[in-house]
Design a binder for this molecule. Structure first.
Ligand code: ADP
Ligand code: MG
Length: 724
């Protein structure tokens, strides 16, 4: 009987006991950075001048001195071998969005039958993986399939443990032989430089003389689901696409919100403790963990870091979550929408910018001068979100996130900025041209007549906003849970750099005319807020009214990936990316192509799998039940008591099954299609395949609720979400 798999899965889960680990010899506190080639390790192992030179590159973006590479490589190799490493790998982040590694052995034969450990500076600095199998969007013909990995000094090397041997991992960028970025990492590094340049200009205008390199910081809160592996392996859709392509809703879903912040189940807690330890070893500061809204859904948030490093750590965190979940008999689902009708998963990317000399530039300060500066940077971000709405929307667009953004789910596809009532009031006053607020207590002194006082605490929150100010940072909430955070991070950096550049240019002109700084800033902020306040929205982002209101305000509302993707090749975007030397027109076009191809491939795999599941699982179950009911109806008739109810069920079942079979054929036929361009094909997938999949799923789910428990072959929503 086909429900046997399900029965066995439940039996296995009931008998499961959490593996007990004795972590007492190595408490969490002693683990941090254990497997990382940290600054402390470098300080201890490198000659002073070499260490200093490394620091200058890591902390202040100084050009790497290639003559030190041999010394660093040798120290790194010794450290790695002492820590059990036999191999090293250049780790890079190709445009697939995944992490790639090429492993090489330290050991080289010395010709006499023995071997010696070899790792030269040039091997540290550059690698050459076979690049032909990574997407390049036309940047490079396969006949010249050279791609190089280049050591990213800003991201520390680390050791990846495996029971059978450890590997030294070296984070790298991945570029073509002509220097075009074939990866996600190079652009984010380049965008940090652009942001630094223009933020520094602004700080100089505010009278600072000692200004350290400005970087953007990112803290990415990761949502995910956990399901038992016994169920996972019985669901081809979860295995191959990360989401359920069929599945009738469970009678009890998340109606009571009873999972949110509830007690964490034992097995899950054991998993979380283990995850924290693994992350700590890699120097990833995991901080909070809790249940999320949906049953089986959880969240983990690391402490924020420089955006380029946070990116690498995010990738490593996703891998770690999946790896450790296996150890506890579970699968970690990172997909944006593993279960229809149940909340999806996102990744809130918290964004701020700052440096060691002026601190967090989005932090309201203690002096009037600081607060004026804070309002300036805050305004620059608000302006950036308005000017670059399309670009930011594009940066989070992919097939998985289409189930959230623009569907009936949080957050909306329209970008807007939530400021909270207090800050909104302040910006209203800035726009109005004077400080009228006299509310006592809890306010920061700005000391400038033209600028209002600031509240000390941003206070309120809004869960429906895609981009919210939360006290001393902005939270980009619309990022998808599977996403590599490099593209959103890069686009944010470029958008904010563009904004700072424009505002700094205006301010410089005013100051050149002899205007006083305070008056000039006040006038500039007033003008900027007037021009861009349409992007500020504090209301309910899920409501229909907002859709209408946003349209009235002229805000973009791109409901899917195909609509959003052309934003990456818009003239204004190309101009900004080229001006800031982040990506060339050709590199942007490559990403446009690859993102659309990825969209098409994703939908294609899902649709093919639906056809397969229809034929191998759902139709056979439906026919089996048709047979059972048919026999029962025939038996009743033969006995002289025709069954009315049986006939009704049989009729309904046959009708549904026929419709389902016909729809399966239609979908299969529709997949036989080719288009002259990726964009045309993506449109075809969106307009013809996706609706056809929706129809097929609807029919399949209707069959599921008719077919008896013993006949149904696929683990159900109720089982996957609630049996733990
Ligand atoms: P919330 O539930 O309010 O979103 P969490 O504590 O779950 O808060 O997550 C907040 C995230 O924001 C963490 O990853 C944290 O490190 C990050 N964060 C805090 N301050 C900053 C900052 N200045 N810049 C960037 N990220 C920050
Ligand atoms: Mg958050």
């Amino acid at each position: 009987m086909s429900s046997e798999t399900r029965r066995r899965a439940i039996e296995a889960i009931t008998n499961y006991s959490v593996p007990e680990e004795d972590f007492s010899s190595e408490p969490l506190g002693s683990l941090f950075g254990k497997n990382v080639f940290t600054k402390a390790v470098m300080a201890a192992r490198l000659p002073k001048t070499v260490y200093k030179s490394m620091l200058a590159t890591i902390e202040h973006g100084a050009v790497l001195d290639p003559t030190i590479a041999d010394v660093v490589a040798s120290a790194m190799k010794d450290w790695a071998i002492e820590n059990g490493a036999s191999h090293y790998a250049h780790v890079f982040y190709p445009l697939t969005g995944l992490t790639a590694e090429k492993h090489d052995s330290f050991l080289e034969p010395d010709g006499s039958g023995a071997s010696f450990a070899e790792f030269a500076g040039k091997t540290l600095i550059q690698g050459e993986p076979d690049a032909s199998s990574f997407p390049n969007g036309g940047l490079r013909g396969t006949f010249e399939a050279r791609g190089y990995t280049g050591w990213d000094v800003t991201s520390p090397a680390y050791i990846l443990e495996n029971p059978n041997g450890n590997t030294l991992c070296i984070p790298t960028v991945f570029v073509s032989w002509t220097g075009e970025a074939l990866d996600k990492k190079a652009p984010i590094l380049r965008s940090q430089q652009a942001l630094n340049l223009h933020a520094k200009r602004v700080l100089a205008l505010f009278g600072h003389t000692d200004i350290d390199t400005v970087v953007s910081y990112a803290g990415a809160e990761q949502e995910y689901f956990l399901v038992d592996r016994n169920f996972y392996f019985a669901r081809p859709d979860l295995m191959s696409t990360g989401r359920t392509l069929f599945g009738a809703p469970s009678p009890k879903g998340q109606e009571f919100d009873d999972h949110y912040f509830g007690a964490i189940p034992e097995r899950v807690l054991a998993f979380m403790i283990d995850v924290d330890r693994e992350l700590f070893k890699q120097g990833i500061p995991a901080k909070t963990r809790h249940n999320e809204v949906a049953p089986g859904q959880f969240e983990i948030a690391p402490v924020f870091e420089r955006a380029n490093l946070a990116h690498d750590h995010q990738q490593l965190m996703m891998t770690t979550l999946r790896r450790v979940a296996e150890k506890y008999g579970m699968e970690c689902l990172l997909h944006e929408k593993p279960f229809a009708g149940i909340n999806g998963s996102g990744k809130h990317v918290n964004f701020s910018l700052g440096n060691s000399s002026q601190g967090n530039l989005l932090n309201p300060g203690d002096t009037p001068h600081d607060n004026m500066q804070f309002l300036f940077f805050c305004t620059a971000v608000i302006r950036a979100v308005d000017v670059s709405q399309g670009l930011l929307r594009m940066s989070i667009a992919h097939a998985g996130n289409d189930h959230r953004l623009g569907a009936n789910e949080a957050p909306p596809a329209i970008l807007s900025v939530f400021l909270g009532d207090m800050l909104t009031e302040i910006f209203d006053q800035v726009e109005g041209g004077g400080a009228k607020s006299t509310k006592a207590g809890g306010f920061l002194d700005i000391g400038v007549a033209a600028l209002p006082k600031l509240p000390r605490d941003a206070g309120d929150r809004n869960r429906t906003s895609p981009f919210a100010f939360t006290g001393n940072k902005f939270e980009f909430r619309a990022v998808g849970s599977t996403q590599n955070v490099a593209l959103p991070g890069t686009c944010l950096n470029v958008a904010v750099a563009e904004s700072l550049d424009a505002l700094a240019t205006e301010l410089e002109a005013k100051l050149a005319k002899g205007e006083a700084l305070e008056a000039a800033v006040a006038a500039l902020l007033r003008k900027t807020i007037k021009a861009h306040k349409r992007i500020i929205f504090n209301g309910n982002g899920y409501s229909n009214e907002w859709q209408k209101e946003a349209a009235k305000r002229g805000l973009l509302n791109m409901k899917n990936t195909v609509d959003a993707m052309p934003e990456i090749i818009k003239p204004s975007v190309i101009k900004a990316f080229e001006k800031f030397k982040v990506l060339t027109e050709a590199e942007l076009h490559a990403r446009f192509e690859i993102n659309l191809e990825t969209y098409c491939k994703t939908i294609n795999i899902e649709a093919q799998l639906m056809v397969l599941m229809a034929n191998r699982y759902i139709l056979p179950a439906a026919f089996e039940y048709v047979k059972q009911v048919g026999q029962s109806v025939a038996a009743a008739k033969a006995a002289g008591v025709p069954s009315k109810e049986g006939k009704k069920v049989l009729t309904q079942l046959v009708k549904l099954t026929d419709a389902f079979g016909a729809q399966t054929e239609r979908l299969a036929a529709a997949l036989e299609h080719s288009s002259p361009s990726s964009e045309k094909h993506a449109k075809y997938m969106r307009d013809s395949i996706v609706p056809s999949m929706v129809k097929l799923r609807d029919l399949g789910d209707q069959i599921e609720v008719l077919v008896p428990h013993e006949v149904w072959p696929l683990p159900t929503y109720r089982e996957m979400l609630f049996v733990k």
